[in-house]
Design a protein around this ligand. Structure first.
Ligand code: NAD
Length: 702
């Protein structure tokens, strides 16, 4: 494993071989370097083809080595590229599948490149808050021209090989090989070897090419402005432009050095650390400590959904989109018809926007079977229940499912607040029961909380996690508790938002402060969108369960006025029919003032910093409790929930990452200050034991 060398006639074929995507880890680099030296020295070799084993050329740096000394140990990527450039025999990179980041930079070190059609070509470093660090910003403009290269580097998205090969004047690919890539690459290598032997001239190097542009300076000026405007708080995109400008200015080695300096400086910014944390946390969320990758999985070829309401319809669409047939069950024909019509309407809206073809729409609708009879779903491999949020209704459904479903079927509930263990106990097969907590709209939102019951079997968990990937969800495992990870934390955040009103803020001030900090939507706009009545129902339950727990009564008053949010045309804000703009409401302002007066609070001016930190640290403290209770297995899981489901700013890496960046000592200190506020909940602001311990030990969550 690493890199292999085989001879094909007089062509040496060196294959990068480090599954899954031939990441350029240290062992791979060592073997690649040695293979290249051997091939260069072998008199029986005329030319060299470099390719990747399996489904990729190379995905770039081996992320398993990220941040470790191995990542930069010699031979490092710059050394390998130099070795390719200096090789006395022609080197042809044969690119297929994935050719990204360091993989593309390596290919740019070869004298020639050929590609299979459909290969994904990208320099995606910007997505991790970086710029390419091994010559990508210097070489790509030389082969693709300034504008195309700048676009690719600043955006980081993959472009298909044949599209790039079709660009006029491009020097990235000599040819696109239809059919067997290796055969085509070897034939091409033999051709260039013969040509080279005949003319004896120097081999072409990308570094020697000029960057084509009629007015590079003017274009760079325009690009700087554009990119700065689009990048907002992201530091890497403008710095990509800076590195590319150095490529234009030349000479090549000075540009390379500038690229390196920028790369290194970015590596230590909080934004880059947060983006890298988010990237790794998302990958790690799929790993469950006691459920190995080798855990067997159950086949899921047919799905049933119970309840064709808001969630049932959205959930069904996920499976239809993935080509998995769904049977949808309701209690009565009108509800079933409504559910089906909503799904069709959603698809038709996509059709109008050009996101879906009529053929695809028909295909998806054909996979959907409505029914009123449990017998019709008995053969499904997975059934997801999305009926009313009442234990009695869930009980009736799960008893039915237990009676009819085939052995081994996975029985899932979409409950948001009910005890999954109790639901499992309604069946004789609690090992097959699991929670799948989708977020609304379920066909759009990326996040899926997978709720592991006390008796959920490991293969059931492994199957559902794998299925989540198939339907393109970001899945995070949560233990059983009221609200799971996301909603349990948001309750504390919303509670703080209420106290802020009592003390002097307006809803718009709170929303503006947290939105300028980066949250997609402040708590009051969020309430109006989700429906303020949902929180109201939860609070009513809390008043009984925890009579001592303080809440601002303003949200109850709002609901008593019938202001449930956008759906009633009025909530924390006023709305004009047909528009979504949140307009400050005089009625609400008066209600808040009255409530404040009843509490005897003199309003004070609260700064944005206090607003932001009370809201975010409310998430952090509850997050720490979730970790301590084992509801969340790792801090990164909590961050993934907030980044993918709650509009938390990616640049801040999630609430737990943000707390770490502030330093837990400082976080705990600030919480103790908040605890001294007589209008807040002092007991909530005692730092959670885990947080206090980590802060005292100078450690962090992530
Ligand atoms: P909904 O009221 O829109 O839909 C429920 C549907 O279930 C209705 O169409 C109803 O006719 C049907 N139904 C009721 N009893 C049934 C039964 N015995 N058999 C078959 N069908 C039955 O509710 P919803 O918002 O879709 O919520 C469904 C579930 O999803 C609830 O458990 C809820 O807590 C959860 N959930 C909702 C959201 C959300 O934002 N709406 C988010 C996450 C989870």
């Amino acid at each position: 494993m690493g890199a292999s060398l085989v001879l094909s006639g007089r062509i040496a074929v060196i294959s990068l071989d480090n599954p899954p995507v031939n990441g350029l880890g240290h062992e791979t680099r060592v073997q690649f370097s040695a293979a290249l030296d051997r091939a260069a020295a072998d008199a029986a070799v005329d030319a060299i083809v470099v390719t990747g084993a399996g489904r990729a050329y190379s995905g770039g740096a081996d992320i398993r080595e990220f941040g470790s000394p191995k990542a930069v140990a010699e031979p490092n990527l710059l050394t390998l590229i130099r070795q390719l450039e200096d090789c006395p025999k022609p080197v042809v990179a044969a690119v297929h599948g994935i050719c990204m980041g360091g993989g593309l930079e390596l290919a740019l070190g070869a004298h020639y490149r050929v590609a299979a059609p459909g290969a994904d070509i990208a320099l995606p470093e910007v997505k991790l808050g970086l710029i390419p660090g091994a010559g990508g910003t210097q070489r790509l403009p030389r082969v693709l021209g300034l504008e195309t290269a700048l676009n690719m580097i600043v955006k980081g998205d993959p472009v298909q090989s044949e599209r790039l090969a079709a660009l006029p004047g491009q020097r990235l690919f000599e040819r696109i090989v239809d059919g067997d890539l290796l055969e085509g690459a070897c034939a091409f290598a033999a051709e260039v070897a013969a040509r080279h032997a005949a003319d004896g001239g120097p081999l072409p190097r990308v570094r020697d090419l000029a960057i084509a542009h009629p007015d590079a300076e003017a274009y760079l000026g325009y690009a700087r402005n554009m990119v700065q405007g689009m990048a907002k708080n992201y530091p890497a995109p403008p710095r990509c432009v800076e590195a590319i400008a150095a490529a234009v200015a030349g000479p090549f080695d000075a540009g390379l050095q500038r690229e390196r300096e920028i790369f290194t400086a970015l590596m230590f910014t909080p934004e880059c650390k947060a983006l890298r944390h988010a990237f790794f946390a998302e990958r790690a969320a799929g790993k469950i400590a006691d459920v190995g990758d080798d855990t067997p999985r159950r086949a899921v070829e047919r799905v049933a959904v119970i309840g064709a309401g808001t969630m049932g319809g959205g959930i069904a669409m996920n499976f239809l989109n993935a080509g998995i047939p769904v049977t949808m069950l309701e209690t009565a024909q009108p509800a079933l018809d409504r559910g089906l019509a909503t799904i069709r309407r959603n698809y038709e809206a996509q059709l109008r926007k050009g996101k879906l073809t009529q053929a695809r729409l028909d295909e998806r609708m054909a996979l959907l079977t409505p029914t009123l009879a449990y017998a019709d779903i008995a053969a499904a491999d997975l059934v997801i229940e999305a009926v009313f949020e009442e234990m009695g209704v869930k009980e009736a459904v799960f008893r039915q499912l237990d009676a009819v479903m085939k052995p081994g079927a996975i029985l899932a509930t979409n409950t948001s607040t009910l005890d999954v263990n109790r639901i499992a106990a309604f069946t004789q097969r609690p090992q097959d029961v699991i929670g799948t907590h989708f977020f609304s709209p379920a066909n759009v939102m990326k996040l899926l909380e997978v709720v592991r019951g006390a008796k959920t079997a490991k293969d059931v968990l492994a199957t559902v996690m794998a299925l989540a990937r198939r339907i393109r969800k970001t899945a995070v495992v949560a233990g059983v508790c009221d609200g799971f990870i996301g909603n349990r934390m948001i309750e504390q955040y919303v509670r703080q938002a209420g106290f802020l009103l009592d003390e002097g803020c307006t809803p718009a001030q709170v929303d503006r402060a947290i939105e300028s900090w980066g949250m997609a939507m402040g708590p009051f706009r969020m309430g109006d969108l989700a429906g303020n009545d949902i929180g109201w129902a939860i609070r009513k339950r809390r008043y009984l369960e925890k009579p001592g727990l303080r809440y601002s009564a303003s949200a109850d008053r709002l609901c008593e006025m019938g202001r449930y949010g956008q759906k009633t045309g009025a909530g924390w804000y006023d709305y004009v029919a047909g528009q979504r703009d949140a307009l400050p409401s005089q009625v609400v302002a008066t209600m808040i003032e009255q409530h404040r007066a009843e509490l005897g609070i003199q309003p004070r001016r609260i700064g944005d910093d206090e607003i932001v930190h009370r809201l975010v640290y409310a998430l952090v403290n509850e997050g720490a409790r979730l970790l301590e209770e084992g509801i969340a297995a790792k801090a990164g899981d909590i961050d993934v929930v907030y980044l993918s489901g709650y509009g938390f700013p990616l640049l801040r890496g999630g609430p737990m990452c943000y707390a770490d960046q502030q330093g837990l000592y400082n976080v705990a200190r600030r919480m103790r200050q908040f605890a001294a506020n007589p209008h807040d909940d002092a007991s909530f602001w005692q730092p959670a034991p885990l947080l206090a311990r980590l802060a005292a030990e100078g450690r962090s969550f992530t």
